[in-house]
Design a protein. Structure first.
Length: 315
């Protein structure tokens, strides 16, 4: 009798084990099918995003090769329909200008790669931008007030350097600008169009892409040596074909304003400041319709050459 009971228990245990193994195998195979299907979908989305970006770049290249000035093409891109269709699937995209803006990366890089005499220059530009927009940043004001009052005091400069390096590191870590500067999000909206972030260490100003919003940026860059009315005058006087050279832009400024052109030329020679009439940076965000897959890229255009500097997928 005991043997029959043991045998029955063994049979039941075997059945239970086989059932568990079958369930585990089913779950494993189900997960594998889901994983393979999900992986294939992500790969399809990746190819779709890359294909859409390729169509986008080809359209730009065609217009440049046809002799169109990129400043006109670029302006159209910022306002043109932002959807590309491939194989009956739509990809929406948007562009963000990264030219003629205050590059926050210069705040950190100024201490490592700039001439010692100019390392405070980007901080002065930022300070001026805030001042021109009537924005008070306790973080910046504290250090800049000491710097302006005691520019040759070594002990104070050492403390300012430490403060500025800490702020620069915060920018590099990607912390939000309003939090770093201790300003309200509403105040930040006023300066947001003037601020950008790139991986280079230049303040690039394309004279053909300046607009009314750029006036504060130019005033700040030139340490308020140029007035708002003079800035508006030169921006509104851009020739129909654009400024053919940077020199023609500054010649007009010198001949039609009351600026001290010697002081302007001195500031133009600051190492990190760069003026151009045919160089651009912009970023893009391509997103698959009815999905979460995205491609974010950074582009550099100089003359007739377009380069993709960086790509990042979210799949």
């Amino acid at each position: 009798m005991k043997q029959r009971g043991a045998a029955l228990l063994l049979v039941l245990f075997s059945i239970l084990l086989m059932s568990t193994m079958a369930s585990t195998t089913y779950m494993y195979l189900s997960n594998m099918v889901y994983f393979v299907g999900d992986s294939r979908t992500k790969q399809d989305d990746k190819q779709l995003l890359l294909g859409s970006e390729s169509v986008f770049l080809n359209n730009i290249a065609k217009e440049i090769l046809n002799g169109e000035d990129f400043s006109g093409t670029y302006s159209k891109l910022l306002t043109s329909p932002s959807v590309i269709s491939i194989n009956n699937r739509d990809v929406h995209y948007r562009l963000i200008d990264r030219t003629s803006c205050f590059n926050v990366n210069t705040l950190y890089d100024s201490f490592s790669s700039m001439n010692k005499n100019n390392k405070y220059y980007p901080w002065l530009v930022l300070y001026n931008i805030l001042q021109l927009n009537n924005i008070v940043s306790s973080v910046i004001n504290k250090s800049m007030t000491i710097f302006i009052q005691y520019p040759s005091d070594t002990s104070n400069l050492d403390r300012i350097d430490r403060d500025f390096l800490a702020i620069g590191h915060a920018f590099q870590r990607g912390n939000s600008i309003d939090k770093i500067l201790n300003i309200s999000s509403e105040s930040f909206l006023y300066i947001a169009p003037l601020v950008c972030s790139r991986n280079d260490n230049k303040l690039l100003i394309n004279v053909n892409m300046l607009n009314a919003k750029s006036s504060y940026l130019l005033q700040a860059i030139f340490m308020n040596e140029i007035t708002g009315s003079d800035v508006y005058k030169v921006i509104l006087s851009k020739p129909a074909q654009g400024w053919l050279t940077v020199e023609s832009f500054f010649e007009f400024l010198a001949n039609n304003s009351s600026v001290d052109i010697d002081r302007i030329n001195e500031l133009k020679n600051v190492e990190m400041l760069k003026f151009s009439n045919n160089e651009y940076y912009f970023s893009s965000n391509f997103k698959v319709d009815n999905g979460d897959s995205q491609l974010m890229s950074l582009f550099h255009v100089k003359g007739n050459t377009i380069t993709v500097l960086h790509r990042r997928f979210i799949l």
